[in-house]
Each structure stands twice: as C-alpha cells, then as structure tokens.
Ligand binder design. Structure first.
Ligand code: SF4
Ligand code: SF4
Length: 198
C-alpha cells in the first residue's frame, strides 16, 4: 500500500511539472522566416568591411592571420598602384580567405585588425554539403561599396581614420534589431532561398 501511494505521489509530481508548462506560451520560432535575436556580442560569420568611399579597409598586413589560433585565415597582400588603388594603404589583400570549418569564432582576428576591416557578424547560417564551400574568399566576405562605413585615411590630413576602434559601435553591416533581414547578406539570402530569409 505504501509503495502504491508513493507511486501515485511520484506521478502527481511529474504531472504537476508537465501542467506547469502546458499552458505557457510556446517558445517555438518559425525559423527561417523568423530569426532568433542573438546576444549583441555573438560571434558569427565574418565580413570584410570597406570605407564609405568604397575602398577596402583591409591593408593586407596579415595580423589577423598571425593572431588566429586556428590557423584559419590566409592573406596574400599586393601593392596598390595609382591606376588600381583598392585600399588607402600601400598594400591590399589580393587574396583573403577564411576556413570557417577551422574557425572557433573567438574574435581574435577582429581584435588584431588595425583598420577594423574584419568583423564577426551575428550571421550563423553557413551550412553546406561540401567542405570546400566553407572556405570564404573575398567574393563572399567583402561587403559591397555602398555598405562601406567610416572616413578613409586618404581623406584625412593626418592619415588616421576617425572611427578606429569603433568596432563595437559599428559591429557590422548586419542589422541586429531587425533580425538582419535588411542587409546585403539578407538580400542575398532572400534571392537565393526565395524569400525564406524574411
Ligand atoms: S574568429 Fe578566431 S578562429 Fe576564427 S578566424 Fe578569427 S581568429 Fe581565427
Ligand atoms: S583584415 Fe585587418 S589584420 Fe587582417 S590583413 Fe586585413 S588589415 Fe590586416
């Protein structure tokens, strides 16, 4: 009899927990049309930024590659020329690649960058079927010229951009507040996935 009563009490306790959650609002989110908001300092997919005049911020210095503990970044710099000036410095990144499968999203590349060129965005959607697809080159990392931010050193008398160190304030071109649907990457997703990016 005592065992029977014990079982009933255990059952009642179990059902009490179930009923506690039965009438609560369900946390299910209709992903991917609705995206969950991350913490403001969430580290996701990288992007390479430009200045407002369209020049690339990256000067090919390789500091990000040296700082990377996962050896995920490859940078090969090249000289700017008067005819083909890509960045405000002497050099630009002729080749810039990040192996997102190696990356541990620590953000050290972002910290090491002297020009706020490489940043980690809140984007996390990078699933694919082939390993090679996770090597992101400039064609996927570099933002379009219209998404550039900040004054280029070329336009400042002392050659120092005014927005250095403001990575936290201008984390990326990704619009966190609106679920980053209004960004260029969001627009790409909408095109590629027929509106699923919301
Ligand atoms: S976030 Fe960390 S692991 Fe990933 S590329 Fe940057 S430095 Fe390397
Ligand atoms: S992203 Fe920054 S640290 Fe890396 S090569 Fe370009 S300028 Fe240097």
């Amino acid at each position: 009899m005592r065992t029977f009563i014990g079982a009933i009490v255990s059952l009642a306790q179990g059902f009490y927990t179930t009923f506690q959650f039965f009438f609560q609002k369900k946390p299910t989110i209709a992903y991917p049309s609705i995206k969950k908001q991350h913490a403001p300092r969430f580290h996701g997919l990288h992007e390479l930024r430009r200045y407002a005049d369209g020049k690339e911020r990256c000067i090919g210095c390789e500091l990000c590659a040296i700082a990377c503990p996962a050896n995920a970044i490859t940078v090969i710099g090249a000289e700017n020329t008067p005819e083909d000036r890509r960045s405000p410095g002497e050099r630009y990144a002729a080749r810039y690649e990040i192996d997102e499968l190696r990356c541990i999203f620590c953000g050290l590349c972002e910290e090491a960058c002297p020009t706020d060129a490489i940043v980690l965005t809140p984007r996390f959607e990078m699933s694919d079927y082939r390993r090679g697809s996770f090597i992101y080159a400039k064609d996927r990392l570099l933002v379009p010229p219209e998404a550039g931010v900040g004054t280029s050193p070329d336009e400042r008398p002392n050659g120092i951009p005014s927005d250095l160190g403001s990575v936290l304030a201008q984390k990326s071109t990704v619009d966190i507040a609106s679920g980053y649907s209004a960004t260029w990457r969001g627009e790409l997703l909408k095109t590629d996935r027929k509106g699923l990016a919301g």
